[in-house]
Design a protein around this ligand. Structure first.
Ligand code: BG6
Length: 505
């Protein structure tokens, strides 16, 4: 047996429980905290994955005390938690929640927060360890970070750790993301900054690495010799909900292409990491992001669209421009598609088609490798009329799993070959349900495991892809598409220009 001295000798099958610590959430009354963070904290507690010495601190402007905060947490958990309600788990958690009231420019409030953390060392034995979750608009980051610096809360003194969790969007372009990164890095050391891209917390996204690097079947064909093109789709049937204020300034490319889709591309295209560790995986992803190229002809190969009114699941839905809080003449895109290249030996010449949109026919995220046709078919043309390209589809959500599409003989006395599918469904093969992305990521923050968190350079390399697109689109009208359709016609034309078609997932 070959012994690799780099390998972590610990048995990684045993669930790890973080050291005693506190989780401090800024913006605890917001949507993200209620729908994702608080339920994730409970789900972890329910699975026995929180340390016995744990405290949850909420910080917000509301004139509340611990009791009101506990009520909000209870309601949020009952509504959104993944795991079943257990009164005793809640009781234990409720005993560890605390609320600090104040605004971000209020020095006294931050002094109180620092003092509260100090007191928790005595009352809850958190050992001085704390993670700060910035679930707040990025415009607020500077003032909050400066307060943490002023009060010494960000300091990693010997024997204790302090970490910060930053939610996307990480800036709005390369320049602003650099500024933001510099600011965060001036307060926390790089290893203590955790940038959340919740797609990396999804089980199926992690399975991409297992699929590729734990099997011998797929990797030999995972390259431009065999793959004709790659399609990455993130389709949502929902509109923008109550997020007009954010979305109007953002649009689909900044909202999800810059992060979720480019991260999926990076995991699909990267080389095998030397070992399954944060450092090595991030290094491989970064190499891909740096190798991404944009097409010369952006007018054909970069498409933005905006939904008009239409029908979805039997219901009439309004146009983006009619949504509450949206400018009736808005040119913000709700759909974005682009053809990218990855300039490496493995992928040169293989187009990566990315698309993301709201108010599309259904919610589905998938990565499809479309293989080249067999170089020679020893059948009559008519025998294979209905045979498409072989495809390997990783379904990120819903119906998480993997599908292999290939040709098979149709039963009967004549030779006719048609596409069939072979399916692996998580729901059928495993009895355990997958943890929510935030559950996994929050636990990793508390454990200090940065494997599933993009680092600075990745974020910046991604903006370097998006900036020229935004520049090209600036001031132009997005192409209209009817809600309930698969985006504007120009998106189909983009693939048709190269003799290809989007999958209809
Ligand atoms: C967020 C985007 O990052 O991801 C939203 O800001 C989008 O616009 C959401 O709706 C989708 O997440 P999920 O996990 O439901 O696919």
């Amino acid at each position: 047996m070959i012994v690799n001295p780099l390998r972590d000798p610990r048995d990684r099958r045993l669930p790890r429980v973080p050291e005693p610590c506190a989780l401090v959430v800024f913006g605890i009354t917001g949507d993200l905290a209620r729908k994702k963070l608080l339920p994730a904290v409970y789900d972890l507690a329910n699975r026995g994955l929180l340390p016995t010495n744990f405290a949850l601190l909420g910080f917000a402007r509301r004139d509340w005390g611990d009791t009101e905060f506990a009520e909000l947490a209870r309601d949020a958990i009952r509504q959104h938690a993944r795991t079943p309600w257990r009164e005793e788990v809640w009781e234990r958690l409720a005993g560890s929640v605390h609320f600090v009231q104040g605004s971000f420019d209020d020095d006294t409030a931050f002094d109180e927060l620092a003092a509260a953390l100090g007191e928790l060392e005595g009352t809850h034995g958190i050992g001085g360890n704390a993670a700060f979750y910035l679930s707040i608009p990025p415009g607020m980051f500077p003032v909050v970070l400066k307060q943490m610096q002023r009060t010494g809360m960000a300091e990693n003194t010997p024997g204790r750790w302090r970490r910060v969790v930053v939610e996307k969007p990480f800036g709005t372009d390369l320049a602003s993301s650099r500024e933001l990164n510099a600011l965060v890095d001036s307060v926390f050391s790089a290893d203590d900054v955790f940038r959340i891209d919740h797609y990396l917390g999804k089980e199926t996204v992690q399975n991409l690495m297992a699929l590729r690097f734990a099997n011998s079947l797929f990797e030999p064909v995972w390259n431009g010799h065999h793959v004709d093109s790659v399609q990455i789709t993130m389709a949502e049937d929902v509109g923008i909900g109550g997020r007009a204020g954010f979305y109007e300034k953002t649009g689909a490319a900044r909202d999800v292409l810059q992060n979720h889709l480019l991260q999926l591309l990076a995991l699909t295209a990267m080389e095998e990491p030397v070992e399954f560790s944060a450092e090595e995986i991030r290094t491989e992803k970064l190499k891909v992001l740096r190798a991404v190229s944009l097409p010369e002809d952006l007018s054909t190969f970069a498409v933005r669209g905006q939904y008009e009114q239409g029908w979805l699941a039997g219901e009439r839905v309004r146009a983006y421009r009619q949504e509450e809080g949206v400018d009736p003449a808005s040119t913000t895109e709700t759909f974005a598609a682009v053809r990218l290249g990855v300039e490496t030996r493995r992928w040169a010449g293989v187009p990566f088609y990315l698309r993301a949109g709201k108010r599309l026919p259904r919610r589905v995220t998938e990565i499809a490798l479309v293989f080249k046709r067999a170089p020679h078919l020893p059948f009559a043309d008519t025998d294979t009329e209905e045979l498409g390209n072989n495809q390997l589809v990783v379904r990120v959500q819903p119906d998480e799993g993997v599908t292999l599409k290939f040709g098979s003989k149709v039963p009967g006395s004549v030779m006719e070959v048609r596409d069939v599918s072979m399916d692996f469904l998580y729901g059928e093969q495993f009895t355990e349900t997958s943890p929510e992305a935030y559950e996994r990521l929050l636990l990793d923050v508390l454990l200090g495991d940065a494997t599933l968190f993009p680092r600075n350079a990745e974020v910046e390399a991604s903006w370097a892809v998006i900036d020229p697109l935004e520049e090209f689109w600036a001031g132009s009208e997005p192409a209209p598409y009817r809600a309930g359709e698969w985006g504007p016609r120009a998106a189909d034309a983009m693939l048709a220009a190269e003799g290809r078609r989007w999958r209809r997932p």
